[in-house]
Write a protein that binds this ligand. Sequence first.
Ligand code: SF4
Length: 351
Amino acid sequence: MKPNPALTAPLLAWFEENARILPWRSDPTAYRVWVSEIMLQQTRVEAVKPYYDAFMTALPTVKDLAEAPQEQVLKLWEGLGYYSRARNLQKAAQIIMTQYHGEIPGDFDVLKQLPGIGDYTAGAIASIAFDVPVAAVDGNVLRVMARLYDHHEPVDIPRTKQLFTHTLEAIYPREKPGQMTQAWMELGATVCVPGKQPPKCHICPLAHLCLARERNTWSLLPVKSPKKARRLEDRTVFLLFSKGKYAIQKRPERGLLAGLWEFPSITGHAHMEDILLFLTARSLSPLSIRPLPDAIHIFTHVEWNMKGYMIEVSDQSPPFHWVSTKEILESFAIPSAYKVYVNCMKVENKS
Ligand code: SF4
């Protein structure tokens, strides 16, 4: 794959004219770029915007993030999913405070040592905030490159990523490399778009250099490795309430949704005798049991098929944490997997 210097000028000129106004693009300090890039992993720009603004208002500096209670950071992340991103963000902020005097390092290799920062994020921070000519190759860039070069190897294998990174870095401008990084991402996000919709080749600044356009192969690209099937898991979720408070519990510190709060649940779709057994084992006596709507939540590797029950119990027994709806909504990060049941709790509270 030959680096093509002719790509640079039209791409940068196009970006200057067409860049979207995004909150993290004004004043692109390392902290602002970092937080935005972490939020944008796995999440769409439009969904990120309000979270980003709220996060920056609550925790405007690395120091604020490092010193915030973890519960506050997770609460600010609530709804974005993939909470390990938030946890790593805070861990990295703490390391920056203790080992780098509160200054985010600008070196690509040093950045990569921090929790949650891989090649892509390190490249984005180094190039956008520190003008280091390194590429940041995300899904958008992989797609555009695969099409430009009519490259039919899977884009999600390390070899392709490395090949594209080296090919791009060979043509990175010494001046304003951050513009180049953002221009590639922007072209992928707004012109050479993902999914089944056709790319907007008629407005693409690189159309005259694009092999997929010339050969009409865009719909075959990018090639991806076959995905493993998701594991299906049945669960039964309990909204246990007593005297105006609901039972919640903290998930284990490792694994799926680590350390987050949740409604008690058991694996499998429980029958009435299973529910009574669950309650008895926790010294809880039911006053009423009502079924709630079913819910599905899809994680990367597993899919939860949930049944739910609203259960009034006579006492607030341990091991659960018993809190009011208001407290749950304001102070506890409940994963969006439980959204349907959080809504049931809200409705119940109104009635
Ligand atoms: S010409 Fe079309 S397929 Fe090629 S990079 Fe531009 S938008 Fe993508």
